[in-house]
Design a protein around this ligand. Sequence first.
Ligand SMILES: [Zn+2]
Length: 425
Amino acid sequence: MPNFVRCFAFIALSMFVIAPSARTADENPMVPPKSDDKDNPFKRQEGAAGNSNGVAPADEGDDVPTAEDLKRDAKKTEDREKKKAADQKKNAEPEKPAAPALPTVCPQCLGHGFMPSKPAAYVVNVGDGKAEASVPWKCCSKCAAATDPKSLIDAEAARLAGAVGKKQAWEQKSGLRFTAVETHHATIYGNVAAAELTECGQAVEQLSAKLQANTGMTFLTASRPGSHEMVFLADQAGYDKMLDATNQPKDALIRKTPGSHSRYLCMSWPKVVIPRKNIAVFCVAKMMIMEASDGKSPAWLQEGFASYCENLITTQNRNYTIAYELNEVKFGGSWNAEVKKLAEQRKLSKWSEIFPISLIGLGPIHYMTCYSMTTFLMTIDAKAYPKMVAMIRDGTPSPDAVEKAYGKKIKDLEVMWANWCLTLK
Ligand SMILES: [Zn+2]
């Protein structure tokens, strides 16, 4: 791939390392508690049916049996045999409890409890937020029709009352001074130019609006300001202070990379100069997919979704994620062009290889395959994609979730995908 290699020197990329989650989902006031009533309420009562060994008590006495006795004995024997057969059947097939009801997931919101309301873009300085404008959705008309819409505004008012305090807490922990904006789906702090943070916030708003419009749901955009935070640091000293503030060990891999992310917090400093809005979209997308999947998104899904979102909003790909070991991967300029080239050369990875993949030591072909899989799945049916994510959240293995959500076998989807990759520009 000579062209692929030649591009290296011109591409600036930002690596992100995964950091452990620091918080629980319960802190988000807008996310309804997920039902944990998944246990089978029925417990088989083992041994309750009892046993019969079928042995009749021995007859006593020496009398010769009469015809009546024989008839009576024959009847007794017949009854015993019937009882024995019935008991054997009962033991062999213990009474089955009625099938427990499957956890019912609302088909309209997949359990999120909300639906899109197409709010006006919301990017304001932390401290200037207005409760009504910051409500990002409306209650689901199927499963939350009885909820008072005003409760959403009240929840925002409560959240906004603590927003400045959260910023001050980060400043106190890190010893840094931050500018901060909030959007419908994240708070973005930084000791960088305020205009850049606003630009990042606008890009994140574009992302959530597009995802909701394409999927018809809020399910993939469940992150919220206050609980989901992004921090831009101007230099390595600031980054190190934030790492100290979050108790990262001195020898952590996270200290060698220009960024890190977890389900609730992403940090970045400009080791390489790339537009911050690329980083913001990539990182918030990561938090969104982790939130939608309740922290269960596998690597192929996280990485594919984040790079899909980055390209959707910026038409570029400048970010990728590593784990456990420093892995500086070189990419070509346009991922779409690279995917097409790899498809022509039949070099893209097999889906069966990508589904169980971890983020350790991946090469460009793996990242490109993840990116193109999500882009393909969102392109052929964006409404099926959140259903797939919901099934993964509920414990379905990725291949089964893809097949069920898209109604096609993996091998057939893979053929469609390979042909679709050839059409990329
Ligand atoms: Zn619903």
